[in-house]
Write a protein that binds this ligand. Structure first.
Ligand SMILES: *Cc1c(COP(=O)(O)O)cnc(C)c1O
Length: 388
């Protein structure tokens, strides 16, 4: 009967064609065998969705990891790791993704003690680590929004000698430029919202581990219990984005390096922060640790303080004023006002996420926005169409 046919989606559970692109597995539950078993290995959507697992496999392979887990956001990924760990002492960067810094500053609620350290300074990290007491050393490199570089291999050696695990937030570089697990880290974390998806249309996160462990099993259990898995549509979009990850990140890195080089020494700027510049304090480590580029993110500090910086952001036409990064479109952000109270971000700093537009157009737009005097609303050299 039609009612039965439609209700059963004309062949539920079977692949209808030898599709080239992966289908989206939207199933919230999976069929059980007559003998009461689950020979497919899939039981229920919160834990076993096939599209989510497919994306996880791709991320694990990219990171040279044994296993990866996807989450509904980068924050969900990071906080699940800390919730899964038995109460311990954590060493984390003073300069890092601010949302997670805020959470860690309150992690005593979960029994953790946190020391924030200058992660560009190995001696400071060594002093912060308490042998036998520190359980986790958290690295973000290059870190938001000053693009501070941390030597993952050197920190891993220090941490492992003290009995601590090393976790790396690798959101800004992606496995295209750095594979933290190959440098000795134990777990790598991503906000997949950024480069991994790359199209500013998914919020997701990931963890990937080099080896099985009790902690990893607890992370998986808590994700299942808290239900912080992403939906299959987001996982599918993420896979679609991942297909061009390598091309996007390489091109964005190339454009960011071009822009950093051209902006360096600009009279309206007091600093250009980019690990690819020879005068960046982390340049030597970055050159060793990153392969094929220094990333698509840079920051500029505008002479004249917060008001001058906000004015530059107001005067751009091509760059979009928005938070987040890693997408196709170039974004400009007055970072300290989004981080809010207590943020160590200088208030004259603009964070730039370089997209896939022509770097000459991107530079021209910044140049006219940095020019003294009243804003030029539509200069003749501007080849894109300004917003209406
Ligand atoms: C965005 C971001 C996060 C948080 O990820 P969400 O997907 O926004 O939850 C964590 N770390 C870094 C470096 C980020 O840029």
């Amino acid at each position: 009967m039609p009612r039965t046919l439609t209700a059963r989606a004309l062949g539920a559970g079977r692949s209808l064609a030898a599709s080239l692109t992966p289908p989206i597995d939207v199933s919230a539950t999976y069929m059980r065998d007559a003998d009461n078993g689950y020979s497919s290995g899939h039981v229920y959507g919160r834990k076993d969705n096939a599209s989510v697992q497919q994306a996880e496999r791709q991320i694990a392979d990219l990171e040279h990891a044994r296993e990866a887990l996807l989450f509904g956001s980068g924050m969900a990924a990071a906080t699940t790791l800390f919730l899964a760990a038995s109460p311990t002492h954590i060493v984390a960067p003073r300069h890092m993704y601010w949302g997670l810094h805020v959470w860690l500053a309150e992690a005593h609620r979960y029994g953790h003690e946190v020391t924030f350290a200058d992660m560009a300074d190995l001696d400071a990290i060594g002093r912060a680590i308490r042998p036998g007491r520190t359980g986790i050393v958290w690295i973000e490199t290059p870190s938001n929004p000053l693009w501070t570089v941390t030597d993952i291999a050197a920190v891993a050696e220090l941490a492992h000698r003290a009995g601590a695990l090393v976790c790396v937030d690798s959101t800004a570089v992606t496995p295209v430029l750095t594979r933290p697990l190959d440098c000795g880290a134990d777990i790598v974390m991503h906000s997949a919202t950024k480069y991994l998806n790359g199209h500013s249309d998914v919020v997701a996160g990931a963890l990937a581990a080099s080896a099985p462990s009790g902690l990893w099993d607890r992370i998986a259990a808590i994700r299942d219990q808290h239900g912080t898995t992403p939906g299959p549509f987001d996982a599918w979009l993420l896979m679609r984005g991942l297909r061009t990850l390598d091309l996007r990140v390489r091109e964005q890195s190339r454009s960011a390096a071009t822009l950093a080089g051209r902006l360096a020494g600009h009279p309206a700027l007091s600093a250009v922060l980019y690990p690819g510049l020879a005068d960046h304090p982390g340049h030597a480590i970055a050159a060793r640790q990153m392969s094929g580029g220094f990333g698509g993110m840079l920051s500029i500090r505008v002479r004249g303080g917060a008001a001058a910086a906000v004015k530059v952001a107001a005067n751009v036409h091509l760059w979009r004023r928005a938070t987040s990064f890693g997408g196709i479109e170039s974004l400009i952000e007055h970072r300290s006002s989004i981080e809010g109270q207590g943020s160590p971000c200088p208030d004259d700093l603009l964070r730039l996420s370089v997209g896939l537009e022509d770097p000459d157009d991107l530079f021209g737009d910044l140049e006219q926005a940095l020019a003294p005097g009243p804003p030029i609303s539509s200069p003749p050299s501007v080849r894109w169409r300004p917003d209406p």
